[in-house]
Structures are given as structure tokens and as C-alpha cells.
Design a protein around this ligand. Structure first.
Ligand SMILES: NC(=O)C1=CN([C@@H]2O[C@H](COP(=O)(O)OP(=O)(O)OC[C@H]3O[C@@H](n4cnc5c(N)ncnc54)[C@H](OP(=O)(O)O)[C@@H]3O)[C@@H](O)[C@H]2O)C=CC1
Ligand SMILES: O=C(O)[C@@H]1CCC=N1
Length: 297
């Protein structure tokens, strides 16, 4: 996710540069002055992985292994994208609190709240000028700049400049919305985990076509484009899904036949319950429950 988000920001900055050079930017919003990027990991080969994914953008890019402190000292906006259960190891490093002072720390960790991070960094309360923690839930479509990212409302509000910077980063990788803390776990289920759920449905649809003789490669592209087109009708056409479904269902035709099979199979209930389950798992992750899925019926 770290690579995807940095890549989106670099691509966005590069686009803005091209537009400026073509003098198309007169009415465009000014881009933030993000010029130097630092990627930190705990595994040496990750440096090469980052360079091969991001090097072609030609921005200043430093890669560090097991040196998060230097990375944070050099940054103005810090993206925390480790697994949820290790954030304390990273933020608890010697000198980290001082390095974060006055900066924006964006966390994309599933289940971990702004309060939990603040309470860990500042057990006696956030001091004047302490780092501002912002929780955001993007998704893996960041890689193709089609993320649905939910930015949590921050209390107290960020400065206009900080808010602009956070929005720039996540608008660079797709669409954004802003929601209160109480909706972050369900946003994690719907948007963060969502691509996996939709991928399963896509794969199942392609499987059905393969079973009826369609070559696998064609079936996969056709299923994906059909899913994209359906999303376009909802997002751009403003169509309600139920109306869309009804419009496709010719009386006595193919669609209603297939829909009845899906309803008999409980697909609607299963998909809805998957979102409910993932929301509960996200909430438990934030409480530090290990192997949370194994604790649930
Ligand atoms: N995957 C997704 O679709 C989404 C994930 N998220 C959230 O994003 C976060 C990252 O997920 P994801 O990208 O899938 O996970 P990854 O495991 O791919 O990325 C986590 C990275 O953190 C690195 N890391 C581990 N320990 C340290 C350390 N001490 N110092 C520096 N770096 C370290 C890992 O290095 P190494 O490989 O060496 O262990 C790895 O590169 C999670 O908190 C997840 O909840 C949010 C939205 C969507
Ligand atoms: O499965 C997970 O826990 C992470 C969070 C959202 C997507 N992947």
C-alpha cells in the first residue's frame, strides 16, 4: 500500500508538471510542494522493490532499511502503512515522538483509531504542536489510481494547509470522502476489503463462462469490463442498483433466470454479512486481538 500511495502521488505531481509546461494550469489548484520521498522498510530487498516501482517518476527517492527514525526526521507528512499490530514497535522507537513533532502522521492501519495512536505517542495528552494523526482507509486499487479512500474527520480539525495536503495525497490515488470515526471500521470492510469481495464475484462469474466453453482469458476480461460498466452506471449514470437490475431483466429472459439462482443461493445475504463480519474484525483488530478470525463463530 505504501508503494501504491507514493506512486499515485508521484504520478499526480508529474501530471501537474506536464500540464503546467503546456500552460494548461491557469485555473488548476496549486500542487503541494512535495519533492523528496523517503520509503522505509524492515527488509533490505524492499529497497529494490520500491526503486523499481517508483524510480521512473524521477523524483528524489531515498530508501531506508530499519531506519524509520531518519525517514520520519526527513519528512513533513508521514504515511504509516505497517500491519496494525506493529504500530507500537515503530512509533515507540527512541526519538520518534520528537521526530514527529509538528508533522502530519497519516495512518491507513485497519482498526487502529486516531485516539489509540495519540494515546500511545502522548500518554499525558497531545501537547501544543504535537503531531497531527489522521486516519484514512484507502484500498488496493490505489495501484491503478482508482482507490475509494475514506478520510476520517480529525478532532480538532487540521489546518487548511494540512487538510489540503492529505486530500491531495488521497485524491492522487482515486476518489475520496470524509466520514466520522464511528464509520471507519465499516469503511474498512466496504472499501478496504471490498476489492477482495468483488474479485471473488468476478472470478465466479468468469468460472461460469469457462464452464460453458469460454476461454479463461476472455472470460476474465469480459467479467471485469462488465463489472466496471455496472459501476459506471451507478457512479456516473446515478442509477439505483435495483432499478438497473430491473431494467436488465427482460420478462421471461436470461437475466431473471440467473437472478433467481443468485437469490436461492443467498448471495445478497452472504455479501451483506461479509461486510458486517469484516467490520467486526476491523473493530477487534484495533483492540489488539490476535488471530481475530479464529475467535469468531
Ligand atoms: N492491503 C490492502 O488492500 C489494504 C491494507 N490496509 C492497511 O495497510 C497496512 C499495510 O497493509 P499491506 O500493504 O497489505 O501490508 P504489507 O505487509 O504489504 O506492508 C507492510 C509493510 O510494512 C513493513 N514493515 C514491517 N515492519 C516494519 C518496521 N518495523 N519498520 C518499517 N517497515 C516495516 C513490511 O516490511 P516486510 O515486508 O519486511 O515485513 C511491509 O513492507 C495494514 O495496516 C492494513 O491494515 C489498508 C487498506 C487496504
Ligand atoms: O485485510 C485487511 O486486514 C486489510 C485491511 C483492508 C484491506 N486489507
Amino acid at each position: 500500500m505504501g508503494i501504491a500511495i507514493m506512486g499515485g502521488v508521484m504520478a499526480s505531481l508529474a501530471d501537474a508538471k506536464v500540464k503546467a509546461s503546456l500552460s494548461e494550469s491557469s485555473d488548476a489548484k496549486p500542487t503541494p510542494n512535495l519533492r523528496n520521498f523517503v520509503a522505509c522498510d524492515a527488509w533490505k530487498p524492499a529497497e529494490e522493490k520500491v526503486r523499481s516501482a517508483l524510480g521512473h517518476y524521477n523524483f528524489s527517492l531515498t530508501t531506508l532499511t530499519n531506519d524509520n527514525l531518519t525517514g520520519v526526521q526527513r519528512g513533513d507528512i508521514i504515511l504509516l502503512s505497517c500491519k496494525p499490530h506493529i504500530f507500537k514497535d515503530i512509533l515507540g522507537e527512541e526519538g520518534m515522538r520528537e521526530a514527529l513533532h509538528g508533522k502530519v502522521l497519516v495512518s491507513i492501519l485497519a482498526g487502529v483509531s486516531q485516539e489509540q495512536i495519540e494515546a500511545f505517542l502522548y500518554p499525558d495528552g497531545v501537547p501544543e504542536g504535537g503531531c497531527r494523526v489522521v486516519r484514512v482507509m484507502p484500498n488496493t486499487a490505489s495501484f491503478v489510481r482508482q482507490s475509494m479512500s475514506v478520510i476520517q474527520t480529525t478532532t480538532p480539525p487540521l489546518s487548511a494547509e494540512q487538510q489540503g495536503l492529505v486530500e491531495f495525497v488521497f485524491n492522487s490515488i482515486g476518489r475520496t470522502t470524509t466520514l466520522p470515526p464511528s464509520l471507519m471500521d465499516v469503511s474498512t470492510a466496504l472499501c478496504g476489503s471490498g476489492p477482495a469481495f468483488f474479485a471473488l464475484i468476478l472470478e465466479a462469474a468468469a468460472d461460469g463462462a469457462v464452464a460453458m466453453g469460454m476461454p479463461r482469458a476472455e472470460a476474465q476480461v469480459m467479467a471485469a469490463q462488465t463489472m466496471r460498466g455496472t459501476a459506471g452506471l451507478v457512479l456516473e449514470g446515478g442509477e439505483h442498483p435495483a432499478v438497473l437490475r430491473d431494467k436488465v431483466s427482460t420478462p421471461g429472459g436470461t437475466t431473471i433466470g440467473g437472478l433467481l439462482v443468485l437469490e436461492e443461493g443467498g448471495v445478497r445475504g452472504a455479501v451483506s454479512r461479509a461486510i458486517r463480519e469484516a467490520t467486526c474484525v476491523a473493530a477487534a483488530l484495533g483492540q489488539g486481538v490476535k488471530n481475530v478470525n479464529g475467535t469468531r463463530r
